[in-house]
Each structure stands twice: as C-alpha cells, then as structure tokens.
Design a protein around this ligand. Structure first.
Ligand code: ATP
Length: 312
C-alpha cells in the first residue's frame, strides 16, 4: 500500500502539489490524470523520493519513505518514463539487468530474468538481447524500458507516460501486456497519463489533478457516477459516459440463454465491444462464445442498453 498523506511541494513559493492525500491499495493500479503542469510527475517522483516533499508524509508498506535511503528506495521501486530513458551504450540485456546487477544477483539468475522479460514482452532474446537501443523501434525501446523497470521484481512500479510515444495499436497492446503482468505479479502500479481512455482502461482507481490539487480520487465508476467537479465531468466526457460505463465490464455477466445469428462475440470482450458489434451488424442479439469457441448463449441489444444508463 502506498499512502500519500497531505503532501505538498512548492517551487518558488508556489504549491505545484497542494496537500494531496490518497492511498493506493496493494496490487492495484492507480492512474494520475490531469492537465499539463497539474503536478502529476512531481507527485509521482515524490513516491520514490526523486523529489522530496515540503510537507506531508508518504508511507510505503507503513514505512515513511524519508526514513529509507533514496538509492535503496529506488531499487525497490521500478520506474519507467516516457522516451524509455535507456542507456544508449548498453545492450538491451545490460539495460534490463541494471537493477539486478546493483542488487548483486548472480549471473545465471540475471540471464534467466532478462530472457524471461524479453519473452514476456514478445522480444525474441536471440534477436534482441545484444542489440543497442538505437537498433530498436520506438515501441520496442519502450517495452525494454518497462522490462527494465520490472527486472528486480519490484512490488511497486511507477510509470510516467510510459506509452506516450506509441501508436494507438501498439499502445493498446502495451496496456494489455501491463495488465497481464500486473495480474501475474500482483504489482502495485501508479501511472501518469494524459490519456483519459488509458486511465479508464488501466485504472482500478483514478486520481484527477488540476493546478496541484487532487480534485477526485476513486474508481472509474465513481468518476462517471458522481464527478466531483465540472472539470472532472468534462474530463470523463459527458457524452462518452454510457460507452465508458459499458467498457468497464465484460459481456460475461449479460449472457442470456437462446440462439442468435451472426458473428459470435467472446464473453471476455467488453460490453462496449458488444454494442459496437451489434450496431455494426444491425442485429438485435449476437451469439456469445467462450475464448475456445464454445457457445454460451446470446447477448441482446436491449439488455446492453439498459446497462449504459446512469447507475443509481
Ligand atoms: N524542478 C522544478 N523547478 C521549478 N518548477 C518545477 C520543477 N519541476 C516542476 N515544476 C513546475 O511544477 C508544475 C508541475 O509540473 P509537473 O511536471 O509535475 O506537471 P505534470 O502534471 O506532470 O505536467 P505534464 O503533464 O505537462 O508532464 C509545473 O508548473 C512545472 O513547471
């Protein structure tokens, strides 16, 4: 658990992070969103003490971060930034091995971990381990940056616009990879993004910042149901709300018995995907199948539309 308590940072007398408090439960993803200059990066960098707060306390697993030497804290907390920050004169394998080496892992363990991470990010170790960052595409560099941040199996991962430079297709893939990794290792993750869609896709909780202040912190559904201010309402998109609501859940919970014509949809897809498929096909119901293709029933347009209404 990361517990941020009344944290303030001032530059030149001006609070760029202004008495912010929220807690990130263990094993969850919190996303920081907000306008440019609202203090997101500063707040993130206070968690690993790259920036020290002027007031307030940050506890990690109950321990005050100011009582942990900075270098030790930063070895315990993975950090991935936009533009990846890879060392240009080190190979991919050496980049990923940075923290395990500092921690003096033995060579066999380091090599195994590097290969495991490269596999996880779909970069064939035989082809990529010995390349230098400039020999990779931007998307590959970013994946290596995230792999490096994960190398020492940190319980906490901080990410600052980690997928900012990726095209929409790669960005979606990288987000799904991150969710899979988070599930597998139970990592607690704090991500900064400009992209509200990314926030909804990744976040168990979302923190909305404006001018150094935390306007709202809650689950995606809380922001949709009860935006704390007009700014939050604008950010979550008044017109997009029904679609965002549908995107929060899968088709699985809405399957009804019966048959339907048309291209089947998998039960793990979002309700928003199902609505899109129904609208596109012009049908009023679609067959639903399991990921291995077994028929499970059908999903009806009427049922979906009822889910898109403001929750009571
Ligand atoms: N070292 C510094 N010295 C002086 N001012 C700073 C420093 N670092 C950040 N700031 C100021 O603090 C404010 C918050 O910056 P920060 O980078 O945290 O915002 P952000 O929300 O991450 O912005 P962006 O989305 O544009 O990256 C900005 O006005 C910035 O100019």
């Amino acid at each position: 658990m990361i517990d941020i308590q009344s944290v303030t940072k001032r530059y030149g007398g001006k609070a760029v992070v202004d008495s912010v408090s929220f807690a990130v439960p263990e094993g969850t993803i919190a996303v920081l969103v907000g306008t440019s200059g609202s203090g997101k990066t500063t707040l993130l960098r206070m968690i690993n003490q790259l920036v020290s707060q002027d007031e307030g306390t940050i506890l990690i697993g109950g321990e005050d971060t100011r009582n942990i030497p900075g270098h030790e804290l930063r070895r315990r907390i993975g950090y991935a930034i936009q533009g990846h920050g890879l060392f240009p004169h080190r190979t991919v394998a050496e980049n990923i091995a940075t923290v395990p080496r500092l921690l003096k892992w033995d060579r066999t363990r380091i090599n195994a971990r590097v290969d495991e991470l490269l596999d996880l990010f779909q970069l064939d170790p035989a082809a990529f381990a010995d390349r230098y960052p400039h020999q990779l595409s931007g998307g590959q560099q970013q994946r290596v940056g995230v792999a490096r941040a994960l190398a020492a199996e940190p319980k906490i991962l901080l990410m600052d616009e980690p997928f900012g430079a990726l095209d929409p297709v790669l960005r979606g893939k990288a987000q799904d990879e991150l969710l899979a990794i988070q599930k597998r290792f139970g990592t607690t993750i704090v991500v900064v993004t400009h992209d509200i869609n990314e926030a909804f896709h990744l976040g168990d909780t979302i923190a909305v910042m404006d001018k150094g202040m935390l306007l709202q912190y809650g689950r995606p559904i809380d922001l949709l149901k009860a935006p704390a201010t007009p700014f939050v309402e604008g950010l979550v998109g008044a017109f997009d709300r029904p679609f965002r609501l549908l995107a929060l859940d899968t088709v699985a919970g809405l399957i009804e018995p019966g048959e339907a014509q048309g291209e089947p949809i998998e039960a793990v897809r979002t309700r928003q995907d199902a609505l899109a498929a129904l609208m596109w096909s012009g049908a009023d119901a679609l067959p639903v199948v399991s990921t291995d293709g077994k028929p499970l029933g059908r999903v009806r347009l009427q049922t979906l539309l009822r889910q898109a209404v403001r929750p009571q």
